[in-house]
Design a protein around this ligand. Structure first.
Ligand SMILES: [Zn+2]
Ligand SMILES: [Zn+2]
Length: 297
């Protein structure tokens, strides 16, 4: 197997593009692909200040590394939700590879000293839904107050295709209207949200991490084993095996042709914390009030 660009021995074959690359040219391909995604979807500019939400896993670590390498003004932030042991060692090694900083936040500082598993037990709500609401809130609020205007997430093509398939199979029109590679700022209390790895598969990201010695934690969140999403992923992978390029087409054509537009809603400021919301009080403050109530505080 020879590299398409230089005919030295290839290290990876990308069937969806029908090419093979050596280490040097795979890295070149990967970084160009990220740049192309950023330009195609108008994600960010060199003058932006970008915050990457890092988990210690391969996708977000690669995203922080690659944006930093490409010359963007970027830092990372890890939010300790109390669901996994924070990957201190991996994040320390990642810090040594980049010019930007990796910061730590603790959900307890935002949520009455409680972790997400504790909150979900008190509220009798699923850990993932409590975690999602709190994490979105904390990341957005931190980004705004620390002077970032863009928040970047490590979602890859496999994740987006699995979510898309789930949304189509169930005709979740509301979710479909919001499934985009970029969420533009609709209120001064929101930062722009981008997903620069959406055109790269988990396999490509893993290969890039290995070739560039980017440390990644193997530990997955024990609460995130969403069975249906794993089934959607393996189903699409099965189709992809026989029809390479299906995933890329499924996602990019959806983004290009989707007729679903988000409903026009009036966004105002939460009367408790000022965070943008469609209600009088934002979802995070409502959750916090219910916990206070339950604890009799
Ligand atoms: Zn080559
Ligand atoms: Zn609020």
């Amino acid at each position: 197997m020879k590299c398409k660009k230089c005919s030295s021995t290839a290290v990876i074959k990308l069937r969806q593009h029908n090419v093979s690359y050596c280490e040097y040219h795979f890295n070149e391909y990967f970084e160009k692909r990220v740049e192309k995604t950023i330009i195609k979807y108008n994600m960010c500019k060199p003058e932006d200040r970008i915050l990457v939400a890092v988990s210690g896993g391969k996708d977000s670590s690669v995203l922080l590394y690659v944006l930093d390498k490409m010359g963007y003004r970027v830092d990372g932030v890890f939010v300790d939700m109390g669901t996994v042991t924070p990957p201190h060692e991996e994040l320390k090694q990642l810090q040594d590879l980049i010019r930007g900083q990796v910061y730590y936040l603790d959900v307890r500082d935002y949520f009455l000293g409680l972790t997400i598993p504790e909150v979900s037990k008190i509220l009798r709500r699923s850990t993932c839904s409590v975690c999602g609401t709190a994490r979105r809130y904390i990341l957005n609020r931190y980004a705004l107050t620390a002077g970032y205007n863009v928040l970047a997430m490590g979602h890859n093509l496999d994740d987006e295709c699995a979510v898309l398939l789930g949304n189509v199979l169930n005709w979740h029109i509301g979710y479909l209207s919001r499934q985009k590679p970029v969420l533009h700022r609709t209120h001064s209390g929101f930062v722009k949200k981008i997903k620069p790895l959406v055109l790269l598969t988990g396999r490509e990201i893993y290969a890039y991490a290995l070739l560039n010695h980017i440390p990644c934690s193997k530990e997955n969140c024990p609460f995130s084993k969403n069975a249906s999403s794993l089934r959607y992923k393996s189903g699409i992978n099965e189709v992809e095996r026989y029809h390479p390029g299906t995933k890329l087409r499924f996602y990019t054509e959806f983004v290009k042709k989707s007729p679903f537009e988000p409903e026009k809603v009036t966004i105002r400021s939460c009367s408790v914390c000022g965070y943008p919301t469609t209600e009088d009080i934002c979802a995070f403050c409502r959750m916090k009030a219910r916990v206070k109530n339950a604890l009799g505080k």
